[in-house]
Design a protein around this ligand. Structure first.
Ligand SMILES: Nc1ncnc2c1ncn2[C@@H]1O[C@H](COP(=O)(O)OP(=O)(O)OP(=O)(O)O)[C@@H](O)[C@H]1O
Ligand SMILES: [Mg+2]
Length: 250
């Protein structure tokens, strides 16, 4: 079943078509990978899908309902949330209070938000730092906190923008476990990441963008073997000695 369907989505910045006639679908309950080289339009696509910028053309439907151009607050109410490439938390509030505030902002009573925050602190291994100001947390801990804020009320669709980038491997493992557990509980993900081993591990399907366009979509293994995808990552000069796949042999 299709949760999110995207058709002909486009936005320009001056003369640059950052997202150019993009179409794909996110299926209910899947973890869909959104990959592509730097500057290919992945973050811009998430900005469009989460209402942070409005498209110049195209349609976005959530469970069949047109949500094109809907602002973030309305999308959050429908369960569409995104995490940022640059983490956004309240720096001068404790990690625990960030979770509490996120829960109450999503309509939970304080006691319930507190219960969930306590459980999330535990699951995300933030116990030792929960009463520190969020600004004192490491980059990885802030990402974990953002996971908690996103999931304090389970979203229908979570869009993650490079959650693993520059994160300590131990915390990366916590994130992967967290994504798996929420996926098992029914959450749907759109995951932007350059970390191919994790993408292969977590995603059954992927969409690859290059220069604002979708150049391949489908089964993850097929996408990573796609000639255009390999060329987009490695550049045309390598066309003669390309690997057969971007997948790292294990
Ligand atoms: N607000 C903006 N104004 C002008 N140009 C922008 C803006 N946001 C993004 N761009 C440009 O749009 C293109 C796509 O950028 P985007 O950040 O979406 O790429 P990305 O795939 O997320 O890259 P990365 O993997 O490096 O995060 C780039 O050329 C970028 O410079
Ligand atoms: Mg980006």
């Amino acid at each position: 079943m299709t949760l999110l369907s995207i058709e002909h989505l486009s936005v320009r910045f001056g003369g640059l078509a950052a997202v150019d006639d993009v179409g794909f679908e996110v299926r209910q309950g899947e973890i869909l990978g959104l990959i592509g080289p730097n500057g290919s339009g992945k973050t811009t696509a998430l900005n469009l899908l989460s209402g942070f910028i409005a498209p110049h053309a195209g349609t976005v439907r959530l469970s069949g309902q047109d949500i094109t151009g809907m602002p973030p607050a309305q999308l959050v109410r429908r369960g569409v949330l995104r995490m940022f490439q640059m983490t956004r938390v309240f720096g001068r509030m404790s990690a625990f209070d960030n979770l509490l505030t996120a829960g109450m902002a999503r309509g939970l009573a304080e006691a319930e938000a507190g219960r969930r925050a306590t459980a999330l602190v535990e699951e995300l291994t933030l116990g030792p730092v929960q009463y520190l100001d969020a600004s004192q947390l490491s980059g990885g801990q802030r990402k974990l906190l953002e996971f908690g804020m996103c999931f304090i009320e389970p979203p229908a669709l979570a869009m993650l923008d490079e959650p693993f980038a520059a994160v300590h491997p131990v915390m990366r493992e916590v994130m992967v476990r967290f994504i798996r557990s929420r996926h098992a509980a029914g959450a749907t993900f759109l995951l932007v990441s350059h970390d191919m081993p994790i993408v292969v591990d977590l995603c059954q399907r992927a969409v690859c963008m290059n220069a604002g366009k979708v150049i391949a979509a489908g089964d993850i293994h097929t996408v990573l073997k796609d000639h255009q995808v390999i060329e987009a990552y490695l550049g045309e000069s390598h066309a003669g000695d390309e690997p057969a796949s971007l997948e790292v042999p294990s």
